[in-house]
Write a protein that binds this ligand. Structure first.
Ligand code: ADP
Length: 263
């Protein structure tokens, strides 16, 4: 007889129950801590731009006369902060929409050629000619999934590549076949890269390698958290290869079951 099974059966009912309960409570406490941290983070992220806008408005209202140049400068700075708050709220809404929608979401065939073209247009728009952007579309198959969610996840990888690659760098979007019927969507860049010790925590909400740089270039700190959620719903896996000062490659690997024939 298997002794492990026997020993489990020998544990009196109330002890097992207690063990289970204490595990549930630990789990519950962990969820509560995560929730509290999240609320604190969101409040902090919103408070900073609000304080800046409030400060400028106060200064302006205290000034007896404001020359045109100063006014324009203040307005530009306030606009930047309001855009920052807008991106944050949009990312929060995207996250909550994904979390609250049923796990068994409606699946459709996603026209990858079209989605890749849209992503290329968006990448060019964000880059404004500062990078060389290439598309390598070699996979003959399309995806099964939710087009909005996939667009949002892939779009976040693309905007990160643009954001963390200095002017003159290259970015490649690729859709390729892999072994065993899998397919990979990847975004690689020749940007600043990520030190190894940060890799495991990248998809945590509000986790940033360099806070100043992320905020300065419009990052909300939620992009990769959105990516993680979307990929989990599509049974896809994220792989990150990165080297500081060389660049990064974010690959999304889809199983054969998630692929569809071209229509
Ligand atoms: P953010 O809005 O700050 O970009 P993300 O969740 O999208 O938030 O990414 C988390 C962090 O991972 C970023 O702050 C950045 O430090 C790092 N990162 C993401 N993508 C890249 C990339 N392509 N190159 C270098 N660093 C990256």
């Amino acid at each position: 007889p298997d002794e492990r099974v026997l020993s489990i059966q020998l544990v009196p009912f109330d002890i097992t129950r207690k063990l289970l309960l204490s595990r549930d409570i630990t789990q519950l406490e962990r969820v509560q801590t995560v929730h509290r941290d999240f609320v604190a983070n969101v409040s902090h992220e919103l408070r900073t731009p609000l304080t800046v806008v409030g400060g400028f408005l106060e200064t302006l209202s205290d000034m007896p006369e404001v020359d045109d140049a100063t006014l324009r400068q203040f307005l530009a700075l306030m606009l930047e902060q309001s855009r920052r708050m807008q991106s944050l709220v949009e990312d929060l809404l995207t996250l909550s929409r994904i979390e609250n929608s049923p796990r068994s979401m409606q699946q459709e065939t996603v026209n990858m050629d079209q989605l890749l073209d849209t992503l290329m247009v968006e990448a060019e728009g964000l880059s404004q000619g500062r990078h060389q952007i290439t598309l390598d579309n070699r996979c003959r198959r399309w995806l099964r999934g939710n087009v909005q969610e996939l667009h949002s996840a892939f779009g976040n990888l693309v905007s990160n590549a643009v954001r963390y690659t200095p002017e003159g760098g290259s970015i490649t979007l690729a859709w390729q076949e892999q072994d065993e019927g899998r397919a990979v969507f990847s975004v690689s860049d020749t940007g600043i890269g990520i030190p190894r010790e940060h890799l495991p925590r990248l998809t945590e909400r509000f986790y940033r390698v360099d806070r100043g740089r992320s905020r300065g270039n419009g990052g909300t700190g939620l992009g990769l958290a959105i990516v993680k959620h979307v990929l989990a719903r599509h049974q896809a896996r994220l792989e990150v290869h990165s080297e500081p000062d060389k660049g990064s490659c974010f690959s999304v690997i889809f199983n054969a079951e998630q692929l569809a024939a071209r229509e």
